[in-house]
Design a protein around this ligand. Structure first.
Ligand SMILES: [Zn+2]
Length: 150
């Protein structure tokens, strides 16, 4: 019995090790969103999973690549994932576990809703505030589309 229990523990360790490794590989895959002129918009989120939280270590650099405020991107991710969290320096600390796959999907949704021009698909855009409303202003085609406040 003793031996069997020990085997189970070893197995669990191996599985966990495998998952950590898988997460690491997934996290290290760059995520491409399209082209800005001659440049390609690519982010490479570095995600660490701890037992009770998920950390994106290069969060502010992802926000700056997307041309958005880290606060704005953080509010989106926390709201959409239904998790609590805080920005701390370069990092976003999320309470609880969010998989790499889910984070990548959230980044995609964010780009689709708050970065990419719905008219021409251009990524050279900015968010402007007019009175109580927010607009996505496209610097490629000049379109102005309303976006929700988050
Ligand atoms: Zn456009």
């Amino acid at each position: 019995m003793q031996v069997l229990n020990k085997n189970w523990v070893e197995l669990a360790k191996t599985k966990e090790g495998y998952e950590i490794l898988l997460d690491k590989v997934m996290a290290n895959l760059p995520q491409t969103f399209g082209k800005i002129g001659d440049r390609v918009l690519v982010v490479n989120p570095i995600i660490i999973h701890e037992s009770k939280r998920t950390i994106i270590t290069n969060f502010t650099s992802i926000a700056s690549t997307l041309g958005r405020e880290p606060d704005h991107l953080a509010r989106f991710i926390l709201k959409e994932s239904g998790k609590a969290g805080t920005l701390q320096g370069e990092r976003l600390l999320i309470q609880g576990r969010v998989t790499n796959e889910e984070l990548r999907r959230l980044l995609e949704l964010y780009v689709k809703e708050f970065v990419k021009c719905p008219i021409c698909g251009g990524l050279d855009t900015k968010i402007i505030a007019e009175k109580r409303f927010r607009f996505l202003l496209c610097e490629v085609c000049g379109a102005k589309s309303s976006v929700r406040k988050i």
